[in-house]
Write a protein that binds this ligand. Structure first.
Ligand SMILES: [Zn+2]
Length: 332
């Protein structure tokens, strides 16, 4: 308990609050700057079970904003690196990492197992899916997003306030919302939003009456501006009023990611023979298997293929073109 003495003397937490943190389970969806800084803050606060999910690899352009990643982690799965680093902070904690795309199946499996979900995602599509899963299973979650010099965050408590779809009723058309790759991201921004997200998470886990569901906080670090607005519950919200969880039903197979790559999911999950695939692709260009992943470069397009058949394709911006390259080179 000595480790947490500066925290337990806070009247908002106390010894009982600390005990609650110690038995809490949190799902961190996405292990970029937002997710890893939130996970680290919660672990240091005393949360002892953390599930990490991320589909991407550490890239050199992540390093300006992610404290847990260093140069030698480049090329390794973010979730795996984050779990390793977090373990060195608290070896006793149970930290489980999933190197996977958060699809409907995985969301339905993981969300019921935790007390709270925090947002470290880089795309709205997966957030709608997470919102569906959290509302369906009545789990609180915190929406948090960052771009350029600003970010916003809102606690969502199903049944006690608005959900993400009350705030944004419909997903924007693909390609209409700028990503971090296009608009950039100021390094301290995800850290600041992660700190607010972590504080809200702690308050939610100790069931503090000070959490106001649906209170959206907007913060611009460059302009030093903070705005707080209360979001109202949508009278006809398809998710939290009609309980129609459409994002859990339909999964799109391609998504444009923050790092300028297009992700393609396999038609069905099966373990790929990466070495066999490498043999075939070597005839068309460069191909190698490293750290359990296949890297290939064919006609100026680069492919990173995961053992479950998922692929990240760089060098094409059109998801349909990426899909056709996948079908041409990866799918049998
Ligand atoms: Zn709603």
């Amino acid at each position: 308990m000595e480790r947490f003495i500066r925290q337990t003397i806070l009247p908002q937490l106390g010894v009982e609050g600390q005990r609650r943190l110690g038995v809490s389970r949190v799902l961190v969806a996405g292990c970029g700057a937002l997710g890893t800084h939130t996970a680290e803050a919660l672990l240091r606060a005393g949360v002892r079970k953390i599930i990490l999910v991320d589909r991407d690899l550490v890239e050199v352009h992540n390093l300006h904003r992610v404290s847990l990643f260093t140069l030698e982690d480049v090329g390794r799965p973010k979730a795996e690196v984050a779990a390793e680093k977090l373990k060195t902070i608290e070896p006793e904690a149970e930290i489980i990492s999933y190197i996977a795309h958060l699809d409907p199946e995985l969301a339905e499996e993981l969300v019921p197992k935790v007390d709270l979900v925090v947002d470290g995602l880089d795309n709205l599509e997966t957030r709608y899916l997470l919102n569906d899963a959290c509302v369906k299973h009545e789990k609180p979650w915190i929406y948090t997003a960052v771009l350029a010099t600003y970010g916003m965050t809102m606690p969502i408590i199903p049944g006690k306030g608005p959900c993400l779809r009350c705030l944004f009723p419909n997903p924007p058309a693909p390609g209409t919302v700028p990503t971090c790759a296009q608009a950039g991201i100021l390094g301290p921004v995800p850290k600041a939003l992660a700190a607010i997200q972590a504080a809200t998470a702690i308050a939610l886990l100790v069931e503090s009456p000070d959490v106001r569901p649906g209170e959206l906080l907007y913060l611009d670090l460059w302009q030093r501006r903070v705005q707080v607005v209360q979001v109202q519950r949508g009278k006809n919200c398809p998710t939290c009023v009609a309980r129609d969880f459409q994002f859990l039903r339909e999964a799109s197979r391609s998504a444009t990611l923050c790092g300028d790559a297009v992700q393609i999911l396999p038609r069905r999950k099966e373990k790929l023979d990466l070495f066999g695939l490498k043999q075939r692709l070597s005839a068309l260009g460069r191909a190698e298997v490293r750290n359990g992943l296949l890297f290939a470069e064919i006609e100026g397009v680069s492919f990173t293929v995961f053992p479950d058949g998922r692929a990240l394709i760089k060098g094409v911006s059109d998801p349909n073109r990426a899909q056709s390259l996948y079908d041409q080179f990866i799918a049998r």
